[in-house]
Design a protein around this ligand. Structure first.
Ligand code: IPM
Ligand code: MG
Length: 387
């Protein structure tokens, strides 16, 4: 098999420490599954701002284009709140999405049985929940022109952002949603605000026509964004695939992630279209942010970052078996009672970032049928306590 090129961008806050645990899984894939990756690592976000005066260098964008896939950590830190939008750490991910044409942001919200009590919702509402939010990620109000802040004649100001969507932009993300639905429960719910926004009306019309023309076998429903937020909490299992614009997708995916009990559990993929020379641009990142409040303490949950690698293997390289093994290893570790602080509950064993990573690799060995090389040192575990 050819060596796949990965660009790894850990970023800020807990990014580097959870990415370290991904390194263990990559090493395991080399050791036990004979999968070799050529890995380049670079700085983005606040880390890059500090070192180079910019949240992302052009050469990192070029390297991202040349890579077979990008594995991203997280960016942002309140200490950069004072810098302008042209230099903020968040610009790193926004530029990667835009410059690589990564228009379809896939955000699954899946409930792990072992964590059913970690959710603030009742178990009977969320048991078995498995939804996929497809968020358009290079258009809409995040990038629309005009934008800016202007000073009015009386000296007060006016802030402007513009929601813009074209037929082509709606169709391409719509196709991703319908294609995904065909492999799942065959239902797409399209979400907008056609009652108040022209761009929302166009969104609904384009998705409706697309379904009639190309996907008559897939069930399509429509929902206003505010109602969708309410329905996600009331009865989340009514959804299979949700397709929506950039801003609504940002909000609804955060909401959906909390149905599962922990932001620290959820990966995401952001995909572009296959290029003329056969490349498939794609970036994978956890849904959680950089969590500066707990950074450097070794307590962050590495699971979302590790599951982002699983998504990468599946969507970029078609390595379904390895992706499934990683997911199964995570489920097994949770079933065994190990928990990082964010998903801790009564009677479970609290562990830090690296013990969680080691435990996942140990489960991978078991799934592979290899005797475990080492166990989790009991000194690393504290029952219900601080650890
Ligand atoms: C996300 C984040 C980003 C976004 C930020 C970091 C720019 O919230 O990926 O959801 O708003 O898209
Ligand atoms: Mg967000």
């Amino acid at each position: 098999m050819s060596v796949k090129k990965l660009l790894v961008l850990p970023g800020d806050g807990i990014g580097p420490e959870v990415m370290r645990e991904v390194g263990r899984v990559i090493a395991w894939l080399g050791r036990r599954r004979d999968l070799r990756f050529e890995i380049t690592e670079d700085l983005v976000g606040g880390a890059s701002l500090e070192a180079y005066g910019t949240p992302i260098r052009d050469e990192v964008i070029t390297r991202a284009r040349e890579a077979d896939a990008v594995l991203f950590g997280s960016v942002g830190d309140p200490k950069w709140n004072h810098v302008g939008f042209d230099r903020r750490p968040e610009l790193a991910i926004l530029r990667l999405r835009q410059d690589l044409g990564l228009f379809a942001n896939l955000r699954p919200a899946k409930v792990f049985d072992a964590l059913i009590d970690a959710s603030t919702l009742r178990p009977d509402v969320i048991r078995g929940l498995d939804i996929m939010i497809v968020r358009e990620s290079v258009g809409g109000i995040y990038f629309g022109e005009p934008r800016g802040v202007e000073t009015l004649p009386d000296g007060t100001k006016r802030g402007i952002n513009t929601e813009v969507y074209t037929t082509a932009e709606i169709e391409r993300v719509g196709r991703v949603a319908f294609d995904l639905a065909r492999k799942r429960d065959n239902h797409v719910c399209s979400v907008e605000k056609h009652n108040v926004m022209e761009s929302g009306l166009l969104w609904k019309e384009v998705i409706t026509a697309l379904q009639a023309r190309e996907y008559p076998d897939v069930k399509l429903t429509h929902m206003l964004a505010d109602n969708c937020a309410m329905q996600l909490v009331r009865n989340p299992r009514q959804f299979d695939v949700v397709v929506t614009g950039n801003l609504f997708g940002d909000l609804l995916s955060d909401l959906a992630s909390m149905l599962t009990g922990s932001l620290g559990m959820l990966p995401s993929a952001t995909l572009g279209s296959v290029t003329a020379d056969g490349r498939f641009p794609a970036l994978y990142e956890p849904i959680h942010g950089s969590a500066p409040d707990i950074a450097g303490q070794g307590i962050a949950n590495p699971i979302a970052q590790i599951l982002s690698l699983a998504m990468l293997l599946k969507y970029s390289f078609g390595m379904e078996a390895e992706a499934a093994m990683i997911e199964d290893a995570v489920s097994a570790v949770l079933a065994s009672g190990l928990r990082t602080a964010d998903i801790m509950s009564d009677g479970m064993a609290r562990v830090g970032t690296s013990v969680m990573g080691e435990a996942i690799v140990r489960e991978l060995d078991k799934l592979q049928g290899c005797p475990p090389a080492y166990g989790v040192p009991s000194s690393a575990i504290s029952k219900n306590g601080e650890g």
